[in-house]
Ligand binder design. Sequence first.
Ligand code: UDX
Length: 434
Amino acid sequence: MSSTGNGAKVTVIGGGHVGLPTAVVLAHFGHEVVLAESDPARFEMLQRGESPIVETGLEELLSDALRLGTLRIARTAAEAVGEAEFVFLCVPTPQGNDGAVDLSFVEAVTDEIKESLRSGTIVVNKSTVPVGTAALLERVTQRIGIRVVSNPEFLREGSAVADSLHPDRIVVGADDPADAQKVGQLFAATGAPVIATDTTTAEAIKYAANAYLATKLSFVNALADLCETVGADVDALMAGLGHDKRIGFEFLRPGPGWGGSCLPKDTSALLQRAEVVGHDFALLRGAIAQNEDHMERVVQKVARASGGHLEGAPIAVWGLTFKAGTDDRRSSPATEITRRLVRAGARVSAYDPTVPDNTGESDLAGITVVPTAYEACRGARVVALLTEWGEFASLNFTKVAALMETPAVVDARNLLDPTTLRSLGFSYEGIGRT
Ligand code: UDX
């Protein structure tokens, strides 16, 4: 594609959860990639071939690409874009105070690079942005011949490399179909279908996907609550649903509520946007409210298991990240539930394989973080399993019971086997399990 080699000249701005997997995978596909990372500590790590985030397979691809010279790390966006045919924007779009998206990083980086872009460069926005942002960015660049294309990202944390190598689809929104085709071509090696559309629709697809997934999970968690009330078993219920091909098994696992850096932020942004344009998206509002209530129900389960109150109660927590396979605690239901336990007066001892003990991080204020799952249980009245780390299923539960004040488990991920635990003298409560 480039005039000098087989691959295209691609710059990726932002070495975070989206930018870093995107950069290494594009390099793996044979493109000449420059990754711009402005954070000095992250820059140094990346230079050494170390990944600043926990992602299966990422470090291997990073080291390979650096060794082969298909990837170079740059300190600033401006110095990284000079030669680029394609510039991917992968910068954070956090939630603003009113629930709407804060576009300041996207705008700042666009402003920073606009003078350095060569004519004909296609700016590809991967950051999740409100409908209409591509058009806005084109106005910010104020340069004839620079086009902005939307290419929303659907990768999941923890499986970001696999998702990038084998995506279900590539969505490209562009004013000019030829630009959409060029961007789609960058991912030809994936063999995934390319959905070429206008920028507005591409931006809307990202929100629609995440809103759908969140709504599905709220539905599943609401069904699990109903199972508890009517005495049905959620595991069999989900098997009964999942085998229906129109429903499928994906996103059918009940849990402590959905979280992470995307689902909560994107559903709030879509709801806020709908309100602004006068659309009452009651279904989505209901899904968000159900999620809030669901986390509270888990807190109440722990309170019941601890004898009806949490004031002064010694509680063990297993898992703090928003799901297994990541070190991310942003909008983590596990962390939120743990904080609520602390606010209710519980003395919480928590363990998570990605969180060092005595971390002192502000989101964990009031929580004692310890180095092992066993250590967390010492003297505990209840253990609350909040993240589905596989290691929790293979613990020695005879030893766990011996360490605890009373052997009681609230398994908010339905990870453990109730029969085995009850046979060892545990009281067991899952989510929607009989
Ligand atoms: C999500 C989207 O899946 C991805 O396409 C998008 O690009 C970014 O947002 P991610 O944030 O990595 O990805 O998390 P995901 O794996 O989707 O899980 C979201 C939440 O739902 C987590 O809290 C997870 O524990 C929960 N979940 C997921 C369940 O409780 N049950 C399930 O069956 C699946």
